[in-house]
Design a protein around this ligand. Structure first.
Ligand SMILES: Cc1cc2nc3c(=O)[nH]c(=O)nc-3n(C[C@H](O)[C@H](O)[C@H](O)COP(=O)(O)OP(=O)(O)OC[C@H]3O[C@@H](n4cnc5c(N)ncnc54)[C@H](O)[C@@H]3O)c2cc1C
Length: 280
């Protein structure tokens, strides 16, 4: 992992990112931790509160948002799309499906491109001090944690130790994985040993076959598109994909990123016969 991180330093620097490799002792000193072998420090990394982010975007947007309208079916109707929901039927010129893991539930033909993988997390009660100022990923990203201003430690991951169980749509925590999270926390941060756990939760992520997000046309619905398969990294990719989807829907010629992320990079894309998204 250290060799790969060192490789990343040169690659990221070549892209103009001011990153640094921090050796073992300094890493553990700066994180008030033990057992880490070194770190790639990314000064532009950041933490955010996802619910506040979504509420903020909703507040700033001029779009009309219909919450609690789970789409049960999509149908082509005279060049339009009809969305069936338990509340009402909605007719639209085109649709953008941003369902990530849940995409195959609505459009089963797209199941080759996104599969559901569960992630579990926990939050401790507040610690007396805040020792962790930066978000931390370790073990190739299989563990991730951060500490909030009030001392609460939020920690997730350990999926690699329970690969078979952490597949599918069941949104639930398991005792065994949650115990592994605590083992990790207590090993690297002995100062957290007395902290109780206040919350445990899980969520379903959408994994793509090559772990990069995918954009494509909705089979049978001309002009409608989907983006999914963020593979646990949608908080960063999501903003970029918002722009990409807007470009595609508006018919912008050669949208930046479409070629890289198009579903057509997969040989089995042929089986779902997606038409070329508008604008490509
Ligand atoms: C525990 C956990 C920790 C994570 N940590 C990170 C992280 O640190 N950094 C990072 O980059 N990413 C992280 N992720 C991944 C990140 O949350 C996702 O990549 C991102 O949310 C994907 O965004 P999205 O909008 O495509 O899909 P989602 O956020 O999954 O949104 C899809 C929405 O579609 C709705 N929906 C589903 N079916 C229907 C339907 N039929 N009709 C209408 N609506 C429907 C769902 O209710 C949901 O609101 C984490 C995920 C989990 C579960």
């Amino acid at each position: 992992e250290e060799a790969r991180l060192l490789d990343s330093v040169s690659l990221l620097r070549a892209d103009g990112m001011p990153v640094a490799f921090i050796p073992r002792d300094e890493t553990n000193r700066r994180l008030v931790a033990r057992g880490y072998g070194g770190a790639l420090y990314v000064p532009s990394g950041a933490m955010l509160h996802p619910v506040r982010l979504v509420r903020h975007l909703a507040g700033e947007s001029e779009a009309r948002l219909l919450t609690h309208h789970r789409v049960a079916a999509l149908q082509e109707a005279g060049g339009d799309v009809v969305l069936e929901t338990p509340v009402r039927r909605i007719r639209a010129g085109q649709v953008v499906l941003a369902l990530n893991a849940y995409l195959p539930q609505l459009v089963p033909a797209l199941s080759p491109f996104v599969r559901p993988v569960r992630a579990q997390m926990l939050a401790t009660e507040p610690a007396a001090s805040r020792w962790l100022q930066v978000p931390v990923y370790s073990h190739e990203g299989y563990y991730y944690l951060r500490q909030l201003a009030d001392g609460v430690v939020m920690l997730g991951g350990a999926r690699h130790l329970h690969a078979d169980e952490e597949q599918g749509y069941e949104d639930a925590t398991t005792e065994a994985l949650q115990a592994d999270l605590l083992r990790y926390l207590h090993f690297h941060f002995p100062q957290a040993r007395g902290l109780g756990v206040r919350h445990r939760w899980s969520g379903v992520m959408g994994f793509s076959p090559d772990h990069l997000p995918v954009v494509g046309a909705v089979p049978g619905l001309d002009g409608s598109v989907w983006a999914a398969g963020f593979t646990g990294h949608g908080m960063g990719f999501g903003f970029r994909f918002g722009r990409l989807l807007a470009d595609v829907v508006l018919g912008t010629p050669h949208p930046d990123g479409l070629e890289l992320f198009s579903v057509r990079r997969f040989p089995h894309a042929q089986t779902t016969r997606p038409s070329v998204p508008a604008g490509e």
